[in-house]
Design a protein around this ligand. Structure first.
Ligand SMILES: [Zn+2]
Length: 386
């Protein structure tokens, strides 16, 4: 949700890429390529050129996809395949509908018609079997359709094994010095996904301990090719990484490149006047899209909604509602426009002018500081927009 602002990011990326290319040169092994596997041969050729490996490590995935056909092809295959796996789950739910035979058959046909062309693209890329035969086979029999998926999985699993010869997360994961050094150079103090947990490095008994995790924004289980790519490695808190995100397929904002900014804000929802004036605790809050700030594309809206959903932001922020209500009270005190300002209000203004936002509200109200201050984005929204 937070757009990370790291002033020397290019310098860190260069250093990291140099280190990783050294590791790749040391560890990469030659793959045994089956002669009838055109896509794997293409990817293999691409990966044996270290200039390409540098690009793979240092450049964001979306740009790589535009720049290299082979990367675009790879991503599309994996995307279609992971979609295929989700379809399989749907297949099972359709199957459980079997007692209503007519409905089951109707849904099954509809389903195959909808998805067969997409699945065939996987085939086109991965093997050389005649496509026409496959289409008619799969349309005729449900079993054939399921076999197609199983077959596709075989190829994807094969490509994973092959990629691990060139790129492996284990190489960085076991290098605790390099991993720790990357995290401390990035110097991000608060989880960019939730803005609610500290993730900085601390030193104990002379050893650096990193309080967070490194998340692969494109899960390494699906996209092992990007397991070491700089822009794919997001320092994040353990709850966000291990409880919420895990290997989920939802596409979300990449905090190195974009955040909610003013397009999604935290809103306190008041059920009564008493809640509004602080006599009763606020009953609800919501992260919502804030229209007037800028016109959002459907894709951006979806990415933001996915972030809110995936990290359970509406749920986890509920436990901070007292804090937010307190901020709201301070704001009310400061902004009251009564002709007869009470001594309290004058004092509040004086105190605020004297101390500034950080002392008054507890955070700087500066979007450049979101990555260093817990709950800062939410408090900023309450002061600015609620
Ligand atoms: Zn988090």
């Amino acid at each position: 949700m937070i757009h990370l602002k790291i002033s020397n990011i290019d310098e860190i990326n260069d250093w990291y890429t140099d280190e990783i290319v050294k590791i790749v040169k040391k560890n990469a092994t030659i793959s045994i390529i089956p002669h009838d596997h055109p896509f794997v041969i293409k990817l293999d050729n691409w990966l044996t050129d270290y200039d390409n490996v540098r690009q793979l490590i240092s450049v964001p995935v979306d740009i790589l996809r535009e720049r290299y056909d082979v990367i675009e092809e790879y991503c599309r295959i994996i995307e279609l395949f992971t979609e295929g796996m989700l379809y399989e789950r749907r297949i099972r739910s359709i199957k459980s509908n079997r007692n209503n035979k007519a409905k089951y058959l109707e849904k099954r046909t509809e389903y195959i018609e909808d998805h067969i062309s997409e699945l065939l693209i996987i085939y086109e890329k991965l093997n050389t079997v005649k496509q026409e035969a496959k289409i008619s086979d799969a349309k005729q029999s449900w079993k054939n359709f399921e076999n197609m998926l199983k077959d596709a999985k075989k190829y994807i699993d094969y490509s994973k094994l092959f990629i691990e010869n060139h790129i492996s997360w284990a190489w960085l994961d076991k290098d605790s010095y390099l991993k720790g050094e990357l995290v401390s150079r990035l110097n991000i103090k608060v989880c960019p996904y939730c803005n609610r947990q500290y993730i900085q490095s601390i030193t104990k008994y002379g050893n650096k301990k990193y309080l967070g995790d490194i998340d692969h924004i494109q899960p390494k289980s699906d996209f092992p090719l990007f397991a070491l790519s700089f822009y794919n490695l997001i320092p994040a808190c353990k709850p966000c990484n291990q409880l919420f995100k895990r290997d989920k397929k939802l596409k979300i904002l990449n905090p190195y490149l974009e955040g909610f900014d003013d397009a999604a804000i935290l809103e306190l929802r008041y059920a009564s006047v008493k809640e509004l004036i602080g006599e009763k605790p606020v009953s609800d809050l919501r992260w919502t899209l804030s229209g007037p700030q800028r016109a959002l594309s459907e894709e951006q809206k979806n990415l933001i909604k996915n972030n809110i959903e995936l990290f359970g932001l509406n749920e986890v922020y509920k436990s901070d509602v007292d804090e937010f209500q307190y901020v709201q009270k301070k704001k009310y005190l400061l902004e009251s426009r009564s002709l007869h300002l009470s001594v309290k209000k004058i004092m509040a203004k004086l105190v605020h002018w004297y101390l500034g936002d950080k002392m008054y509200y507890g955070v700087s109200l500066d979007s450049d500081m979101f990555q260093n201050e817990i709950l800062s984005k939410a408090i900023y929204d309450i002061v600015k927009y609620n």
